[in-house]
Structures are given as C-alpha cells and as structure tokens.
Design a protein around this ligand. Structure first.
Ligand SMILES: [Zn+2]
Length: 246
C-alpha cells in the first residue's frame, strides 16, 4: 500500500465513523424522546368514545402509591407524560409534566395539592397555582408543583378555590387540600384545550424562585414522587397504576 492509498483509506474510515456517530446521536435523541410516543391514541379514544373512559382512568382518591411521597392531584386518564414528544409537542420540545384528563364537566373535577407546601398565585394567573416544597426525595433541595388549566374556555371564570385569590403569596397548604377544578383554558389568545389538569414539578432558580416550567430541563421526572411510570421512556400502558403492586 502506498502513502496515497493509506491516506484515502484513513479518510474513508473517518467519514464512516462520523456517519455512525450521527446515526447514533439521532437514535439516542429519538429514544430519549420515548421513541414514537403512543400517548395520543388513548387521548383520542377518551374524547371520541366516552365508553372507553372507565378503562383508561387512574383513580387514586387522594391516596398515594406505597412508599411514594406525592398523591395524584386529580383522577382521570394520565394522557401526556413527562418528556413526551406526542403532538402538539415534538422531540425538540417535549411535554414537561403530566396531563390528567378528568371525566366530568368543566369546573367539576377536583384538583388537590400533591404534597404539603406553600402556595402562591401570581396576580395575573387565572388558571394556575404553584406550591413550593422541601423536596422529599432530595432533602435540602427546593422544588415546586405547578397546576394549570383551572378556568373556563375563555378564562372568564376561574375554577381555583376562593381560598387562593390572585396575588396569594406563600400560603401554607396541606397535602390533599382542594385547589380548584379542571378546566379548558390554555392562556389568553390560545385556543381552548380538552378538559384536563397539567401538572409539573419545577426546579428553583438561583434566587430561590421557580424556573420557567415550559422548558423540560427546568422540570424533573415525576415518576419517583408518585411511585408510577410517568416518564415516556417507560412507555406505560393506560391506565397507569402504582409500580408497587403492578
Ligand atoms: Zn400538559
């Protein structure tokens, strides 16, 4: 082999390695996004065939899973999961929490505090509250639980309990306290969504306030807090149940 051929071989080897690297990176991205998420299938069934609802519903009635610190904040179909790329989300912009689709009219499906803490509601929040907690799984760390869509379609009627008016700051709440009811409001200027609760666990910023919960990196996997498979990577079947006792 002369020097010219050796050089050509080396270049071919490097290009091949590079292409394998690209393919591997794309696969990891796809895998971490849960592969092809199936979450829209049960959600579509939920809305097109109400008879399917009992068979899709997780009912916890404010009782937590064994050895789990949090209780499920609302009963229903746990449709979109954490890090879920299912529409309207994408692989590059995955879902940051869980969506629990309740069976009932707007303003009737209760939403409860998942864990004791200190509740705040910003002055312009029509459908959302957030609770600060000492992280039960990482003592010393502060986390927040965020609850939203608790208002009528156009946002004119809030379904948040009157104990928590706009401007509420750091009001102590017990686990299981009624926060409000599921609604269909998705924010001013946005089309209404199917009745559900969006719930996420949010990290603190350096000043001790909550980070932007719409960014996946600012949230944490809720699975260990609930003792349920709520990460899309686990591809759980619906209805989702407690890991212990599965
Ligand atoms: Zn959501």
């Amino acid at each position: 082999m002369n020097a010219m051929n050796a050089k050509r071989l080396l270049i071919i080897a490097l290009v091949t390695l590079f292409l394998f690297g690209l393919a591997g990176g794309a696969f990891i991205l796809w895998y971490r996004g849960g592969g092809l998420s199936q979450s829209n299938d049960p959600i579509n069934r939920w809305f097109t065939d109400p008879a399917s609802r009992p068979g899709l519903t997780t009912v916890m009635n404010r009782v937590g899973c064994p050895e789990a610190p949090f209780i499920l904040p609302s009963d229903g179909l746990i449709g979109l999961l954490w890090n879920d790329p299912a529409a309207p989300y994408t692989l590059m912009n995955t879902h940051t929490g869980i969506d629990v689709f309740g069976d009932g009219e707007p303003g009737t499906v209760p939403v409860y505090a998942a864990y004791p803490g200190w509740l705040s509601r910003l002055p312009d929040w029509r459908s959302s509250v957030i609770i600060r907690h000492d992280d039960p799984l990482q003592p010393g760390r502060t986390i927040w639980t965020y609850y939203t869509h608790m208002a009528s379609q156009d946002g004119s009627q809030s379904y948040i309990d009157e104990a928590f008016p706009p401007g509420t700051v750091e009001q102590p709440v017990e686990q299981g306290v009624l926060l409000g009811y599921q609604g269909e409001f998705a924010g001013t200027g946005r089309p209404p969504i199917g009745l559900h609760l969006h719930f996420s666990i949010v990290l603190s910023d350096d000043e001790g306030s909550f980070r932007n919960e719409a960014v996946i990196g600012n949230t944490v996997d809720p699975s260990p807090y609930f003792g349920m498979r709520l990460n899309i990577t686990d591809a759980p079947r619906r209805p989702i149940t407690c890991v212990i006792g599965e």
